[in-house]
Ligand binder design. Sequence first.
Ligand code: ADP
Ligand code: MG
Length: 243
Amino acid sequence: MAAVIEVSQLRKAYGANVVLENVSVDVQEGEVMVVIGPSGSGKSTLLRCLNGLETAQNGDIRIEGRSLMDKATKLTEIRTEVGMVFQQFNLFPHLTVLDNIMLSPIKVRKQDPARAKAKAIELLGKVGLAEKAGAYPASLSGGQSQRVAIARALAMEPKIMLFDEPTSALDPEMVGEVLAVMKQLAKEGMTMVVVTHEMGFAREVADRVVFMEQGGIVEIGSPSEIFEQPKQERTRVFLSKVL
Ligand code: ADP
Ligand code: MG
């Protein structure tokens, strides 16, 4: 196995507010890494650094060996390889579901529209929404919208998928349908970094779990190590509040 994401001694600050300090972690090809931790601990900032939405002050991030800190690395190329799904779905309201999915492949990847359409239809089937191709986002439930957002990210054929609390904005009865799509993706071998409060998902799907607090990684381990035998007191205290 090869590391497709390599983060070393990352430091990110907003002015005097240090948000990430000395963060080092590797993600292997096909690995599912779940990131947990209290609000404000830097989880979203770390994900945004991984696809170049934020630039760090120190340290390094390599995606498939290419450093994001290297001026020669084209961030637009990195972003096509690193898909991201947010808590808010951010679908374009004036476009149909199908057009939402086809837009970036055509505009950014310069794909032939017929090919992009065939791929979009295939992806809609994969997320269980084949019948919604012509629908507009306003007519979709939250769970359906998030599944479209996942299909849209997959349409770029990314090598890595980042998820930032993808189910946090959903009504409870819709969480399962989104997690099921993510589970399937993991099974197919996608490399994934998932920030979530869904501890059941973390236990079942994660290869490794990272616990972050105050901008640093406190502990990394397998789900059973983190959930059943955490080494750090701070991990124990956090888990006692969320489990
Ligand atoms: P988490 O996702 O774990 O809740 P975040 O990465 O969103 O944490 O935030 C970590 C810290 O960084 C917080 O203190 C937050 O206020 C701060 N922060 C995040 N984004 C910005 C920004 N764009 N400008 C200034 N401070 C920010
Ligand atoms: Mg966050």
